[in-house]
Ligand binder design. Structure first.
Ligand SMILES: [Fe+2]
Length: 435
């Protein structure tokens, strides 16, 4: 009972969730429309086939109404051609036959009767019926040119089963039967479409509930992934500086710039993870160097530079965070090739790393560090412009200049709680569970 209640609770909650409802409804609609079309067409086709089978069956059945007994009496001159005419007229009156012929056992025509309704028969059909060979078994050929017609033949057998004559004729299905068939076909198609719709309506809440459960799980995994990012990124930030807001700020800067220059969502996801973990390798740098208040010696700087390769090694073994490697490994490369660790230049540096280098420097300049006061926005931009084309990719820098002031106002001075909330919001948009 508890499970049933929980199920309905999930379903009703799902209906309240606009997104889940919309996604499921869209998907079901995409399935229902073609499925209805196919099911309706199958039902229509089945009805038409059934109707044609009935026409053929009735034609043969009516053709067999001419008995050998009547023919035998004619052969023995007990009745004449006029009597056979009457027999055929009855057949034409009581059935769909509009013309009928009786043949002898040697397939010579004995008599032919053409009714008034035969006027609707086309020349082609007359020719076809004329040319048709008469087999020794009941046979019907149906045509749907402009109306449903059939050419039917049936052998006339004596009591011992010997064939002593044949009947051949053309049937034209009466308009009433035809419209009845059309109504039946439309009805069958509609029933089929309605059944499909009802089935969809029954399974709709079940799909919604399942989808809702998947979304809940996905949200948990996503938040778990986000927390993993925070734990890893902040582990370094806590050692490196008084505050860990740098990671949040620099990641939000990078996301803002990436969206402004209209990068693809897949690259934005990489930028989000890579920006947050960019200095993860500093975890392997000793305190003596990492926290040294003064300028580093050349040897110490060489050690400090190794945080890039250490970071790549740390992330390499995780399929999820390894997406960050392009930024972690290249965030100190410079556009003119004077950076490290590999001195690559221009577009050889991954796009996301070229973008990140800009916002990383921007944050360093505009925030307070133990060894310096923050610089103003304009002052920071002046310094950075000097490095445009040397340190920074000019194409990305142009976009950065367009959004720098807005980024600075919205992110630069925001408190930790706001930054974290904003980044979690972005994570929901860009971090996929399967990514
Ligand atoms: Fe770094």
């Amino acid at each position: 009972m508890k499970k049933i209640l929980a199920y309905f609770e999930t379903v009703s909650e799902s209906f309240r969730s606009g997104t889940a409802l919309r996604v499921a409804a869209n998907r079901l609609l995409v399935v229902w429309i073609p499925l209805s079309f196919v099911m309706g067409a199958v039902a229509w086709y089945y009805e038409v086939e059934r109707f044609e089978e009935r026409v053929m069956r009735d034609a043969v059945h009516d053709a067999e109404r001419i008995q050998y007994a009547d023919l035998e009496r004619y052969y023995h001159n007990e009745i004449n051609l006029d009597d056979l005419h009457i027999l055929l007229q009855r057949l034409l009156n009581d059935s769909d036959f509009v013309s009928a012929e009786i043949y002898s056992g040697s397939k010579k025509e004995i008599i032919r009767e053409v009714g008034e309704r035969a006027a609707v028969i086309s020349r082609d059909l007359w020719d076809k019926a004329e040319d048709m060979q008469i087999p020794d078994y009941p046979y019907t050929e149906i045509t749907n040119a402009d109306r449903v017609t059939a050419i039917a033949t049936a052998p006339i057998k004596d009591a011992l089963g010997n064939i002593n004559g044949y009947l051949k004729g053309i049937c034209v299905v009466k308009d009433g039967a035809l419209s009845e068939m059309k109504e039946d076909s439309v009805g069958a198609a509609l029933i089929s479409i309605t059944s499909t719709l009802l089935t969809m309506m029954i399974i709709f809440p079940i799909i919604i509930a399942l989808q809702r459960m998947i979304l809940v799980q996905a949200k948990r995994i996503l938040e778990g992934n986000f927390e993993l990012l925070e734990v890893l990124g902040n582990a370094v930030a806590q050692r490196d500086s008084d505050t860990d807001t740098h990671n949040y700020r620099v990641t939000l800067y990078a996301l803002t710039l990436a969206k402004h220059i209209k990068l693809h969502d897949d690259i934005i996801r990489v930028i989000m993870i890579g920006s947050f973990l960019h200095d993860i390798g500093k975890i392997g740098i000793s305190d003596a160097i990492l926290l040294k208040p003064g300028k580093l010696t050349a040897e110490e700087f060489e050690v400090m530079k190794s945080h890039v390769t250490i970071g790549v090694d740390i992330l390499r073994n995780s399929s999820w965070v390894s997406q960050a490697i392009s930024i972690v490994g290249c965030h100190h490369e410079k556009f003119d090739g004077t950076g490290y660790p590999n001195g690559i230049k221009g577009e050889s540096i991954p796009l996301e790393a070229r973008l990140f280098a800009i916002v990383d420097v921007f944050d360093a300049l505009t925030t307070r560090r133990p060894y310096k006061e923050p610089r103003s926005l304009e002052e920071s931009l002046q310094i950075m412009r000097h490095d445009n084309g040397r340190h920074f990719d000019p194409a990305i820098f142009a976009g950065f200049e367009e959004v720098a002031e807005r980024m600075y106002q919205e992110i630069g001075t925001a408190p930790y709680e706001n930054l974290r909330k904003d980044l979690l919001h972005e994570a929901h948009k860009y971090i996929r569970v399967d990514g």
